[in-house]
Design a protein around this ligand. Sequence first.
Ligand code: FAD
Length: 423
Amino acid sequence: MPTTQAPTNWAGNITFSAARLHHPDSVDELRRIVSSADRVRVLGTGHSFNRIADTEGDLVNLDRLPHRVETDPGKSTATIAAGMRYAHVAQALHAEGFALANLASLPHITVAGACTTATHGSGSDQRCLAAAVAGLELVGPDGEVTRIGRDEDPDRLNGAVVGLGGLGVVTAMTLDIEPTFDVAQWVWTGLPLDRLDDSFEEIFGAAYSVSVFTDWRSGEGVVWLKCRTDLPGPPDPGQPWLGAHPANRHHHPVPAMPPLHCTEQLGAPGPWHERLPHFRPDFTPSNGDELQSELLLPRESASAAFAALRGLGDRIAPVVQVSEVRTVAADELWLSPAYGRDSVAFHFTWVPDHDAVIEVVAAMEEALLPLGARPHWGKLTTAAPERILSSYDRAGDFARLLAEHDPAGKFRNAYLEGYFPTG
Ligand SMILES: Cc1cc2nc3c(=O)[nH]c(=O)nc-3n(C[C@H](O)[C@H](O)[C@H](O)COP(=O)(O)OP(=O)(O)OC[C@H]3O[C@@H](n4cnc5c(N)ncnc54)[C@H](O)[C@@H]3O)c2cc1C
């Protein structure tokens, strides 16, 4: 039975306008809901900060669909129920001796919700999570199930994976997997921000996944290194490194928050899914009381972006809880912010004061958009849709893909209409 109580997103800054919220417990029930609705969107775990998941029609949550994780060792893939959270998929894969290449900062989010916004982790050789998708199963507007596979139609798949929820309800996904691996995590404090600029490649090449946290005013950063134990080791934790010092206690990215919420550090090796995210699945990730924005730039713009952000440090620091710098490898997914270019990502966890924050986001975007910045699809931005889409070569192809999969606009909402107006 659908409910009519208006849900909010995880951060509580969005109240959805849906007339009904459904939790189907089978794909057949989902197909009936979709085929009889006028307007439908899926709500994942609601970890986006804008109206991307919203609708005035029927909102569908897939949390009651049966879990499914079927590995195919011959093809190095696993087919999973797309509404599952990464935490559950990762545990099941690890139990069978497999791993995903990378994870985001939190494992709480659904695989479909994360991939459709091009969610990413860090790693100079690591692409966004959606790049691991080898196939999708979608319930289309008439309730029919279609499959898009990399082997059959790689270009269409590249268009569909980061689909902003507009192509239909993704019920299953086939993901690339690899043998499971261990990761050890070290934190280094007191990195002079000048070193972040002049030793950028060395810092981000020092481990499989690297994050640098700062407020852009203190002149210092905290470096998190996630090192695969089967790859060459990290800097010697017995020595200072680039002016930073190894931490002798656990850290949380947000200085005021308890480190208990975070994955194990101090170099203790553990399975990939218990180290690659910053946050443990059974604790609140980040702060919970926050807003977020993020911009991805070509890696060659890193130095100019550092200068711009340090120039804005006195405006950023009073409203930021923490900012994180990561790297993301280039991919071919039409709407991925890392499409066609190795990228540096600037994430901001802000205080939950929309008016104060949005002024600073606007100032930052004015400085970084000319350097090629593309905003994260699931976070706050002040940039006009036309300006954002002008940096995506395949935006026109995506508009055609949307029209082909959903000619009557059943899966459209105001967010999508702002970027890809009907007709
Ligand atoms: C604390 C925190 C930490 C974060 N860390 C990172 C990070 O490290 N890296 C990063 O890149 N981002 C990060 N994010 C952003 C987050 O990964 C994205 O917003 C992601 O899209 C959230 O997934 P979700 O399951 O909550 O999806 P939702 O926010 O619920 O939905 C997002 C979109 O997916 C669509 N959707 C969901 N399920 C389906 C489906 N089955 N079929 C079709 N469409 C679907 C929705 O309609 C909507 O358009 C973080 C967010 C938070 C709150």
